[in-house]
Design a protein around this ligand. Structure first.
Ligand code: SAM
Ligand code: DTB
Ligand code: SF4
Length: 326
């Protein structure tokens, strides 16, 4: 039996946080589907209202011409995707778009730029954009590529709530998808974001030719961060003509649902976002993802460059499932 002192110590720093191992995660991932979903839904209910889904809206504030070679991306200058490049949008145009998103029911505005990293000359404009969007009463999120400490601190001080920076896949599979940066570079930026006080949005893509072990390893990296991300986007690859992954094998729908369930179980208090790829999912597959613990989506008919279900279709799905925006 534990002494009173020992009992008091349980749950404090004397007990190291439980680290996920591949063995432990794989056992859960491979459970019979009903057992896996029951476990995920039970955990989901301990942390969230199961009938509320957070709505985020995306805007590409700087399109195309990216020097990185991510094998899935329409915006990489390494691939002939036919996407024209553009400069950083004007602050007023971004704020006008954010206002429309708010009227459409979004609570978070996510802005993406096709950069390896922001340049010093971009920082003042980014600060103005954050102030303008926040003034509408929206949560703000940006995804701008790698950040150094000074940049993370500047964005955080400007009031940026979340920084999106996906690890995309496992450390082992990463070099098969991207060669212009390393998995360690990704983790370094996540560390800067955390230290600056911003919340982390980090997840990945399924359908990059990864194995079951790669999917599990990706979630282990996220769950074992000193603090797991507050938001975990799980994207299904949208195949883009002209990219190396244009003909990649489609992810099995039930395997996708399993990954959502495992993410929910491993990161019980995080929002799990059913992200890119919903246009190619049936309503039934999306319903299973919500049951497995997904509780956030992107709304609006475009993501960054690719399509997303239109508002009326999502409203119809929410009505039939009895779901409400958070
Ligand atoms: N350049 C920044 C970066 O990579 O961090 C931000 C923008 S980048 C387009 C944001 C994320 O979108 C990527 O990390 C990736 O997970 C996701 N993404 C990009 N293209 C995709 C595609 N074709 N299908 C699914 N997800 C995709
Ligand atoms: C995330 O995980 N998914 C979003 C957001 N973070 C930036 C991006 C999805 C992009 C889908 C492909 C496109 O629109 O080009
Ligand atoms: Fe550039 Fe981001 Fe696309 Fe990679 S995912 S090519 S970093 S825009």
């Amino acid at each position: 039996m534990l002494s009173v002192q020992d009992q008091a110590a349980v749950g404090t720093e004397t007990v190291p946080p439980q680290a996920w191992t591949r063995e432990k995660a794989l056992v859960i991932y491979r459970l019979p589907f009903n057992d896996l979903l029951f476990q995920a839904q039970s955990i989901h209910r301990q942390h969230f209202d199961p009938n509320r889904v957070q709505l985020s809206k995306l805007l590409n504030i700087k399109t195309g011409g990216c020097p990185e070679d991510c094998g899935y991306c329409s915006q990489s200058s390494h691939h002939a995707t036919g996407l024209p490049a553009s400069k950083l949008m004007d602050v007023d145009d971004i704020v006008a778009e954010a206002r429309k998103a708010k009227e459409g029911g979004a609570s978070r505005y996510c802005m993406g730029a096709a950069w390896r990293n922001p340049k010093p000359r971009d920082m003042d404009a980014l600060v103005d954009i954050i102030s303008g969007v926040k003034a509408l009463g929206l949560e703000t999120c940006m995804t701008l590529g790698m950040l150094d400490r000074e940049q993370a601190e500047r964005l955080s001080a400007a009031g940026l709530d979340y920084y999106n920076h996906n690890i995309d896949t496992s450390e082992a599979h990463y070099p098969n998808v991207i060669s212009t940066r390393t998995f360690a570079d990704r983790l370094e930026t996540l560390d800067q974001v955390r230290q600056s006080g911003m919340k982390i949005c980090s997840g990945g893509i399924l359908g990059l030719g990864e194995s079951e072990a790669d999917r599990v390893d990706m979630l282990i990296t996220l769950a074992n961060l000193p603090e797991p991300p507050e938001s975990v986007p799980i994207n299904m690859l949208i195949p883009i003509a002209g990219t190396p992954l244009a003909e990649a094998k489609r992810v099995d729908s039930l395997a996708f649902v399993r990954v959502i369930a495992l993410a929910r179980i491993m990161m019980p208090a995080s929002f799990v976002r059913l992200s890119a790829g919903r246009s190619a999912m049936t309503d039934e597959m999306q319903a299973l993802c919500f049951f497995a613990g997904a509780n956030s989506i992107f709304v609006g008919d475009t993501l960054l460059t690719a399509g997303n279900p239109e508002a009326a279709k999502d409203r119809n799905l929410f009505d039939r499932l009895g779901l409400q925006p958070l």
